[in-house]
Design a protein around this ligand. Structure first.
Ligand code: GLN
Length: 499
């Protein structure tokens, strides 16, 4: 790969997708394999009484929530450092190395080094995750109608990685022939493949993701970079402590959000140009709505998993399957199939000039979410006398929710890159993921509210509790969708020429 491409050359690509998108697709696919692989084994490893951390189910769930929240919260910090000092490329390489180290350390002795390794995974993901998405955005010129479709394809890559990682690592971790070390080892090895893929292909990105400090002398730049690396090392004990004691998670979540908002306001005021400020506020509105979306959507890892475990038959169409497998994989499978297709639909609509703009797509996302939760609620009417219901209807709900996700999640990544000024694009992408952290956090609270306080309650009582909860979520999602459509003229005004 000897080309020295300019930004102009990259962005003037022909066809539907730039070739660099495929490279970033692969790198992100491997990173998500590592991330979702680690995430897939997390709770079961922590709750394993013999070879794991011997935590109670409740403690394991709390820690799982805390780790998830920290991972996504650190993307905000990773995004800022990429914007100000490292640039996306260096940030990504640093993040990948730290993630690799984290997984290898856990693999060496899971019971002994888990907390230390997972702390590294949190820091590494923070430096990696937002910045690869920002680079996808940089492949496109302002106003290029192919951008949303590009993010749609990228999103398939995310889910291929998620599906493979979730299944391979859980298989290795829980198999008597292998065990937890192999799960973490495989996540680490795959991340090495991702990093190598990036190192081989990064030249094709030309100036995209280069250091924002290229104007400075290399010694000044180096010392700033070293400070970032040192700062990350210094934060290890702090994160370590906060994961060990989940009481701190609440304090952390109460603090990081308001701090992020203050910092956002500071940068928005500093932006000076009113047009850019308005766009940032529009981005902020999308971020706020996404918190609500993820809080509902992430029931999948919590209340829906328990619902699947207890209240569903094991028949899907003509074959038998464990409902938890459906709960864990159907969404990714639907995304992999439908994300590129929907991307092509957006492209075809753009050609005919009838593509809905982002606000309407977000609104649609909530309407699909509402419909999906209505279908989850509707499983109640298919239940037998024991409170066990139809897996087919449950899977149908996952089919519907996937379209909601596809109208919001890849579109959200795309709109962050459209609305952010170049100097703040990492931070805004980080804020987008910070919203996911809050979504995850709220999802746990919502799920806990729905589950019956009595572990031994009958399946009928459990069914009643969950489906009533899903009905309420359907109503709130509907209200959020309608509200978004109602305020769409205002948001469109803020967005100005951005679609
Ligand atoms: N599933 C997507 C990913 O892993 C979106 C995650 C999120 O924003 N909550 O990238």
């Amino acid at each position: 790969m000897s080309e020295n491409l300019t930004l102009e050359q990259i962005q003037n690509f022909e066809g539907k997708y730039p070739k660099q998108l495929w490279y970033l697709f692969l790198v992100e696919m491997w990173e998500r394999f590592c991330f979702y692989g680690m995430r897939g084994v997390l709770t079961i490893f922590m709750a394993d009484q013999i070879l794991g951390l011997s935590l109670s189910d409740k403690e394991a769930n709390l820690k799982y929530g805390a780790i998830q929240a920290f991972v996504y919260a650190f993307t905000f910090i990773g995004g800022i450092f990429a914007d100000k000092i490292l640039g996306f490329k260096k940030s990504l390489v640093f993040g990948a190395l730290v993630m690799i180290l984290g997984n290898f350390i856990i693999a060496f002795s899971p019971q002994e080094f888990f907390y230390f390794g997972i702390t590294l995974s949190i820091i590494g993901t923070g430096f990696f995750k937002p910045n690869i998405s920002s680079m996808v955005g940089d492949l496109y010129k302002e106003g290029d109608p192919r951008r949303d479709a590009g993010f749609g394809l990228f999103y398939s890559g995310i889910n291929i990685g998620a599906l493979l990682g979730g299944s391979v690592c859980v298989y290795l971790g829980t198999s008597p022939d292998y065990g937890w070390s192999y799960a973490f080892l495989s996540a680490g090895i795959v991340m090495v493949i991702g990093l190598i893929t990036f190192m081989i292909t990064k030249k094709s990105l030309g100036p995209i993701g280069d250091s924002p400090l290229s104007g400075l002398s290399s010694s000044k730049r180096n010392s700033k970079e070293i400070l970032v690396f040192l700062g990350s090392l210094l934060s290890i004990p702090l994160i370590f402590m906060m994961i060990k004691n989940t009481d701190y998670t609440d304090y952390f979540m109460y603090t990081i959000g308001p701090l992020a908002i203050f910092y956002f306001l500071y940068e928005t005021i500093k932006e000076k140009e009113l047009k850019a400020q308005k766009k940032l506020i529009a981005a902020f509105i999308f971020i706020l709505f996404s918190v609500v979306f993820w809080a509902f959507f992430e029931q999948s890892g919590g209340s829906l998993a328990l619902f699947a475990k207890d209240n569903l038959h094991h028949n899907l169409l003509f074959f038998e399957i464990n409902p938890n497998i459906v709960n864990n994989t159907s969404n990714s499978l639907f995304v992999i199939i439908f994300s590129p297709i929907l991307g092509l639909v957006w492209l075809a609509m753009a050609k005919k000039k009838i593509e809905p703009n982002t606000v309407i797509k977000f609104g649609l996302g909530f309407l699909f979410l509402a419909l999906a939760f209505y279908v989850f609620y509707y499983t109640k009417f298919f239940a037998d006398a024991n409170g066990v219901s139809s897996l087919n209807i449950f899977t149908l709900a996952y089919f519907v929710i996937t379209f909601g996700e596809l109208c919001l999640s890849p579109i959200g990544l795309s709109i962050m890159t459209k609305l952010s000024p170049k100097r703040l694009s990492g931070m805004m992408m980080g804020m987008w993921f910070l919203a996911s952290a809050y979504g995850q956090y709220a999802a746990g609270l919502l799920g806990a509210g729905m589950s019956s306080p009595d572990e031994n309650a009958s399946l009928i009582t459990k069914l009643q509790g969950y489906t009533d909860g899903y009905y309420q979520l359907a109503i709130y999602a509907l209200i959020a969708g309608l509200l978004l459509i109602l305020i769409s003229p205002l948001v469109k005004k803020l967005m100005q020429e951005v679609k």
